[in-house]
Ligand binder design. Structure first.
Ligand SMILES: NC(=O)c1ccc[n+]([C@@H]2O[C@H](COP(=O)([O-])OP(=O)(O)OC[C@H]3O[C@@H](n4cnc5c(N)ncnc54)[C@H](O)[C@@H]3O)[C@@H](O)[C@H]2O)c1
Length: 255
C-alpha cells in the first residue's frame, strides 16, 4: 500500500512495485488523479486499485488499511510516501500551517503504521518504508515545520524498528534526494524559480543531476522485498551524497 501515489515519487514507486508483480493499493487525497494512476498500472498489466484517504485522518487511515486487507486478503508492505513541503521560515509558520504539515508528514505515517502493524504481524512479518528527507537530519531554515516532522518520522522509524522487530516487521527510512516532481516544480513555479536555474542547480550536484523518482523506486523495491530481510531501522539515502558533499560554488542551495 502506497500513500501519496497519485503523482510524483509515490506513483513511480507504485508503478515499479506493480511491474515486479506486487498487488498494489494506491492511496491519495486526489481522487480523479489517483483513479487514473491505478488504471494506468492496470493497463500496463499490473494489479492496482485506488482508495482515497487523507493520511491526516485516523478514520481514513483505519479504513484504508482495512480495505486493503479486504481486497487482497493480506498486507505485506507499506510505503508511507504522502508528504507536503511548503517553504516557511520560523516567523511565517503559523500554528495552522505547523499542524497541517505535522498531520501529513508525521501523524499520517503514525496512523498507517499503527493500523498496518496488526495485519503485517498476522502475515508473519512485513516491511514499512517511511519516505523521509535529509531535512529530517539537517533541517533548512525555510522548512522549519517540515524538517521537524521528518525528524520526528526518523525517530518514529527507529522506535518502531525496535518495537516491531519481534513481529518480523522491518521499518526503514528512505531519503529521495532532490527530485523535480509535480509537487516540487509547483513550489518553484510559485516562487519564480525558473526551470533553467533548476537544471543548472542539478548539474552542479555531486553526480551531475537531480534525482529522479525511479532512484527512490529502486530503493523502495529493495526495502519492501525479501532481499532486505536483515535491514531495519536504517536510513537509505539516495541523494547522491548531497548531505555531505560540498555544493559547487555559486550553485543554488537545494530547498
Ligand atoms: N521531491 C523531492 O525533492 C523530495 C525530497 C525529499 C523528500 N521528499 C518526500 O517524498 C515524498 C513524495 O514527494 P513528491 O515530491 O513526490 O511530492 P508530490 O507533491 O509530487 O506528491 C505528493 C502526493 O501526496 C499527496 N498528498 C498530499 N497530502 C496528502 C494527504 N493528506 N493524504 C494523502 N495524500 C496526500 C498529494 O496529493 C500528492 O499526490 C514526500 O514525503 C516528500 O516529503 C521529496
Amino acid at each position: 500500500m502506497v500513500t501519496g501515489a497519485a503523482q510524483g515519487i509515490g506513483f513511480t514507486c507504485a508503478r515499479m512495485l506493480a511491474a515486479e508483480g506486487g498487488r498494489i493499493v494506491l492511496s491519495d487525497i486526489q481522487q480523479t488523479q489517483g483513479e487514473a494512476a491505478a488504471a494506468q498500472l492496470t493497463g500496463e498489466g499490473g494489479q492496482a486499485v485506488f482508495i482515497r484517504a487523507d493520511v491526516g485522518s485516523e478514520t481514513d487511515c483505519a479504513h484504508l488499511i482495512a480495505e486493503t486487507v479486504r481486497i487482497y486478503g493480506r498486507l505485506d508492505g507499506l510505503l508511507n510516501n504522502a508528504g507536503w513541503y511548503p517553504r516557511a521560515f520560523l516567523e511565517e509558520t503559523t500554528t495552522e500551517l505547523w499542524d497541517q504539515i505535522q498531520n501529513i508528514n508525521l501523524r499520517g505515517p503514525f496512523y498507517c503504521c499503527k493500523y498496518a502493524a496488526l495485519h503485517l504481524r498476522a502475515a508473519g512479518g512485513g516491511s514499512i518504508v517511511n519516505v523521509g528527507s535529509i531535512n529530517g537530519i539537517e533541517g533548512l531554515p525555510n522548512l522549519v515545520a517540515y524538517s521537524a516532522a521528518k525528524g520526528g518520522l526518523l525517530a518514529l522509524t527507529r522506535t518502531l524498528a525496535g518495537a516491531l522487530a519481534p513481529d518480523r516487521i522491518r521499518v526503514n527510512y528512505l531519503i529521495p534526494g532532490w527530485v523535480l516532481t509535480e509537487g516540487e516544480l509547483a513550489l518553484h513555479a510559485k516562487t519564480g524559480v525558473s526551470r533553467e536555474s533548476l537544471e543548472k542547480a542539478g548539474k552542479a550536484l555531486a553526480l551531475g543531476r537531480h534525482q529522479i523518482p525511479e532512484d527512490s523506486g529502486y530503493a523502495a523495491l529493495y526495502l519492501l522485498s525479501d532481499e532486505s530481510t536483515q535491514v531495519t531501522g536504517t536510513i537509505l539515502n539516495v541523494d547522491a551524497g548531497a548531505s555531505f558533499l560540498p555544493i559547487q560554488p555559486g550553485a543554488p542551495y537545494p530547498g
